[in-house]
Write a protein of this length. Structure first.
Length: 342
């Protein structure tokens, strides 16, 4: 694999070279180069020693040199989950924003692996094709941080707080809380909620916690066995969960943790001749394009604004306007979009 450094000479980092890193970590210069260019070929213990030496010495590749060697215009979009309508809408918005800067996304699918360091240990051929990376959902640990750091690849994370790189977040807790507040104000009192696996996804968990917290403050805590139903984050999953919930409890409104599941619930109601909103109110979360087409009341996630924030930062980082490591965060708070289902 062609890398950013060559074994035959030192690469200056201010006053730091591969020789300095090799001396501090107790390995050869060629080993340091392999850690930078092909980390999966180096034993974990040795790799960690080299990474630690880089951190101790303040090793930072030359951004100008790296971009001169690459300059592909491709930006890796790394995601552990790519099949949701929200992700597709976000990808389209991001593609529009990146194209303004002559940058274009390259999708890297981790196939459900949320540990980015595990994935890139055996899947990193794409790194020499891109000028930056946008990471959706995956966890970035110190090893993943070092992987990007040694290549000086700018990184932005989306919907996953990261202590090393710029993050674009959503206030899902407040979104869930405000959802319950809105529905309460509409006069609903028999609440149900449909959500997906909260053990694997903080977004669903935080929306659920915020929603339940408001109702607890109103002395109307939800019954876990009757009013809360877990389902797959698909239309079919939403439909099945709606059937289960209505069998257990006579709700007058159901909050779905995402629009995709809510649209499945709407389809179930249509098949069972349940009138919306006369017999049952339905509310989603995300405001994907289909939500507007279905007249679904939902919580707006400001997808175009998030995509613009991501695009602007990754562009500035590539140009060197901001450092590639930029541990700051922008958080968007969802707002209610009232349509015809409540």
């Amino acid at each position: 694999m062609t890398g950013l450094c060559d074994d035959s000479y030192d690469v200056p980092m201010g006053k730091i070279s591969l020789k300095d890193i090799a001396g501090k970590s107790g390995v050869s210069i060629s080993t340091v180069s392999r850690v930078i260019n092909d980390p999966e070929q180096v034993q974990l213990q040795t790799r960690d020693a080299v990474y630690q030496a880089m951190r101790d010495l303040g090793y930072k590749p030359s951004l100008k040199t790296d971009l001169t060697k690459k300059g592909s215009g491709a930006i890796a979009m790394i995601s552990s989950y790519k099949d949701s309508e929200f992700f597709m809408d976000f990808t389209m918005a991001l593609q529009d924003e990146l194209s303004r800067h002559k940058l274009y996304p390259l999708l890297i699918d981790t196939r459900g692996n949320n540990s980015l360091s595990d994935f890139i240990a055996g899947n990193n051929d794409w790194v020499n094709l891109v000028d930056g990376a946008i990471v959706f959902y995956c966890e970035i640990d110190l090893a993943a941080r070092d992987f990007f750091h040694t290549r000086n690849l700018p990184v932005v994370t989306v919907h996953n707080r990261c202590p090393y790189f710029f993050s674009v977040m959503n206030n899902d807790y407040l979104g869930g809380y405000d959802t319950a507040d809105y529905l309460w104000g509409k006069g609903y009192r028999k609440f149900g909620m449909v959500y997906w696996n909260t053990l694997k996804d903080e977004k669903s968990r935080d929306r659920k916690i915020g929603f339940c917290k408001f109702l607890e403050e109103k002395n109307m805590p939800l019954n876990e066995e009757e009013q809360l139903v877990l389902g797959d984050m698909t239309m079919e999953g939403g439909a099945r969960a709606t059937e289960q919930l209505l069998f257990r409890y006579k709700a007058d409104v159901i909050f779905y943790a995402c629009d995709t599941m809510a649209i499945g619930g709407m389809e179930y109601c249509r098949e069972k001749h349940i009138r919306i909103p006369e017999d049952l109110g339905i509310m989603g979360f995300d405001d994907i394009r289909m939500a507007e087409a279905m007249n679904l009341t939902t919580m707006k996630q400001f997808i175009p604004a998030k995509a613009r924030s991501v695009s602007n930062h990754i562009t500035d980082a590539i140009k060197g306007v901001v450092p590639s490591e930029f541990p700051e965060e922008v958080t968007f708070t969802p707002v209610v979009v009232e349509r015809k289902t409540t």
